[in-house]
Design a protein around this ligand. Structure first.
Ligand SMILES: [Zn+2]
Ligand SMILES: [Zn+2]
Length: 303
């Protein structure tokens, strides 16, 4: 098995032919994973882990907001020059704009992303009326996120050399070893929000549900009948939506907070790579938007 980037790329390429309406998205994403893989190779993961590690027994394990911006500047510039050859004209143009700026201005998107990392805890109740809940990710926010993904994933993987951490693509078999006492709605490694939920059968737990981190791909156990945004547990308020065309991906919605997350059922499609299959099932996002639902966390492409 290759790196998680090549696993994702292979899955995106595989799904490309089968999901024509998502082919543009998946083609771009497959190219992006190559650029991300290069970033991952540049990250001195062990060194930076030591630098940003939280004090003993603190969660999340990483204080991502203390990542060394100086050390990120050069890899980010290289990342941008590669992205300038990929994607839509808007994405190319944005990359060129950042590249043409001065060194300090160029890392502004990273600075913003890191300083807003510790967002207030996700809601534990309905949003107050009138509150703007939609998360707007600017174009520059896309570059920061697409770049920080491999940076943080590499560091998160380095934690697994002396701690238990697991990513779905590389350590499925270790899932049963995940901490059982962590059942919050944010990642215990980096504090990121969940991207997608995953269902699988484990020997000791049939229909085990976990959440996958949107930033470092760590998976952690989460209660089945619970909204990962507001904590709603009443079954009648947690409708599920499926589409005939994609049996293994569904929408788990919550009528209390009007959020949704997609769930990838590995029991129905054992070869699925949750973060990629989530992205490919874009018609479910369109359906959810029509229902007035907001995604718990948009994916790296802002969908
Ligand atoms: Zn994480
Ligand atoms: Zn909710």
């Amino acid at each position: 098995m290759g790196s998680i980037w090549s696993v994702r790329r292979a899955r995106a390429t595989h799904l490309l032919d089968r999901t024509p309406h998502a082919s543009e998205i998946l083609t771009f994403y497959a190219g992006l994973t190559e650029v991300q893989e290069r970033v991952a190779a540049q990250v001195p993961a062990a060194e930076w882990l030591a630098l940003i590690r939280s004090p003993e027994s603190d969660s999340p394990w990483l204080r991502v907001d203390t990542l060394p911006l100086d050390g990120l500047a050069l890899p980010f510039r290289e990342f941008l020059s590669r992205v300038a050859d990929l994607g839509t004209e808007q994405i190319r143009e944005g990359a060129r704009t950042l590249l043409s700026g001065d060194d300090d201005g160029r890392i502004d998107p990273l600075r913003n992303a890191l300083s807003s990392w510790r967002e207030p805890e996700l809601g534990r109740g309905p949003n107050p009326e009138g509150e703007e809940v939609e998360e707007v990710e600017s174009l520059f926010g896309f570059y920061a996120r697409a770049f920080l993904d491999p940076v943080i994933t590499s560091i998160a993987q380095a934690t697994s050399t002396h701690d238990i951490a697991s990513t779905p693509e590389t350590a499925t078999a270790q899932t049963s070893a995940l901490p059982n006492d962590w059942t919050r709605n944010s990642c215990y490694v980096c504090g990121g929000q969940p991207q997608v939920a995953v269902l699988r059968d484990l020997s000791e737990s049939i229909g085990h549900r976990s959440l996958t981190c949107s930033m470092c791909a760590t998976e952690w156990r989460f209660q089945r009948l619970t909204c990962p945004h507001c904590g709603e547990t009443e079954a009648g308020k947690l409708p599920v939506h499926t589409a005939e065309s994609i049996a293994h991906v569904r929408v788990d919605a919550c009528t209390t907070c009007s959020r949704y997350i997609k769930t990838v059922d590995l029991r129905k499609q054992g070869n699925a790579v949750p973060l990629v299959d989530e992205m490919a099932a874009v018609e479910l996002d369109l359906w959810a938007q029509e229902q007035g639902l907001t995604k718990v966390r948009t994916n790296v492409l802002g969908l």
